[in-house]
Design a protein around this ligand. Structure first.
Ligand code: CTP
Length: 401
């Protein structure tokens, strides 16, 4: 999986820098091209000569060459790389990355990198569990950087605890897995409905719901990151999201969502119905504002098309269809009924009374219910991580049926 991959390996001033020599060798053996950036303190722990010999490339340590003034372009490095791996990453470098400090070539390259960045921390247990370090790692995650968690064991200080950099073989396996995942939906077209729908009452009022669209957008990002071409049919949401592999089709009402999703459905390989579609709309949609009269007001509602059920009835051989069920009572039974009624491959259940799940939060706890009614329960996770779990499940269906 690493054949032909361009990897920047950043090495910082940790005793674990000696492992970077093994790591370089293994990466090279797997067919990767490696350019190494060594921080000034990194040089105290491992020599550029060792690393240049193992990587087959000059090791970069400074912004420019002192003898002839040639510039090491951090911008070009950031563009060249398929991935930037910082291993070992000290607490100091992690803190500087989180704070946007740019006082060495590794940090300027990090700030310019267009590629994914992976960090393998290495430090003493007290440094690792210090709130400052934990907060900095959370900040890096919020930037989209990936963390290869350190392991627990004997540390250079002689203490035992969490802080040992992951072993080189495991880091290489992690990278292989990462690249495999990145391309697992290559060539697939994914259709996702997301967000709420608004059903017009009059020019200023509508019937809507509290859906934020976050789950559907997280799914769109996951599939797009992993190589799919995504059509995201989205109700009105307040999310800033663009991705080169995602086409957003904005809609307002359930009728518009139905029309757009139905047009895209025949070319989709995978369809995820993540929208909170209004089940009813007003029979009359007034063109003038309804005036207050002091009397009761009755608005008659008529059912909207159940988009998932309609398209579930039209599914072609090989298409994979997934739905969501947000339930307050008899959750499992209701979700199972929807799975069958809408002809889905599996349904993702989340429960309204479950703290941390549901609308307008960044987390979700799901149960995936399959056709044979088997249930898979997941921990409370960020919606982005939940999206990965759902994509994993879909990938399993694609590959094992
Ligand atoms: N759904 C849809 N079109 C609708 C209603 C629902 O495509 N008009 C989809 C949702 O996107 C979701 C699944 O159907 O994937 C279940 O939606 P949910 O609102 O939980 O269920 P309903 O079928 O609307 O049933 P109820 O509201 O009675 O629970």
């Amino acid at each position: 999986m690493l054949q032909g991959k361009n990897i920047i390996l950043g090495i910082t001033g940790s005793i674990a820098a000696y492992k970077a020599a093994f790591l370089t060798r293994l990466l090279k053996r797997e067919g990767a091209q490696i350019k190494i950036i060594l921080t000034p303190y990194g040089k105290e722990f491992i020599t550029p000569v060792t690393l240049a010999t193992l990587s087959g490339n000059t090791v970069l340590t400074d912004f420019f060459h002192h003898d002839d003034g040639a510039w090491n372009s951090h911008v070009d490095l950031g563009i060249w790389a398929d991935i930037m791996l910082i291993a070992p990453a000290t607490a100091n470098t992690i803190a500087k990355m989180a704070g946007g400090i740019a006082d060495n070539l590794l940090l300027t390259t990090y700030l310019s990198a267009k590629c994914p960045v992976v960090v393998a921390p290495a430090m003493d247990l007290d440094m690792f569990r210090h709130p400052a370090t934990l907060k900095n790692l959370e900040t890096l995650k919020s930037f989209g950087n990936l963390i290869i968690e350190p392991t627990t064991g004997e540390l250079a200080s002689g203490l035992e605890g969490k802080g040992r950099m992951e072993e080189p073989e495991k880091i290489v396996a992690w990278l292989e897995d990462y690249f495999k995942k990145k391309s697992r939906f290559n060539g697939k077209r994914v259709l996702i409905t997301a967000g709420p729908t608004y059903e017009k009452i009059d020019p200023v009022r509508f019937i809507g719901n509290h859906s934020s669209g976050k789950m559907g957008y997280a799914l769109a990002k996951t599939f797009a990151d992993e190589g799919a071409c995504v059509d995201l049919v989205s109700g009105p949401v307040n999310l800033n999201f663009t991705h080169k592999n995602v086409t957003i089709h904005p809609v307002v009402s359930a009728g518009e969502m139905d029309q757009q999703a139905s047009a895209l459905f025949p070319s989709a390989d995978i369809v995820v119905f993540a929208a909170a579609v209004a089940d009813y709309r007003p029979v009359r949609q007034e063109n003038s504002k309804i005036k207050r009269t002091g009397e009761n007001l009755t608005i008659t509602l008529t059912p909207n098309t159940d988009i998932a059920a309609k398209l579930g009835g039209q599914r072609k051989c090989g298409q994979i269809l997934i739905g969501f069920a947000l339930e307050s009572d008899n959750a499992l039974a209701n979700a199972s009924k929807k799975l069958a009624a809408k002809n889905l491959d599996f349904i993702v259940l989340n429960q309204l009374n479950d703290p941390g799940s549901g609308f307008d939060v960044d987390t979700n706890r799901i149960i995936i219910i399959g056709k044979d009614n088997n249930q898979k329960k997941f921990e409370l996770k960020s919606k982005q991580d939940v999206a990965t779990d759902i994509a994993d499940e879909i990938y399993n269906l694609m590959t094992h049926g």
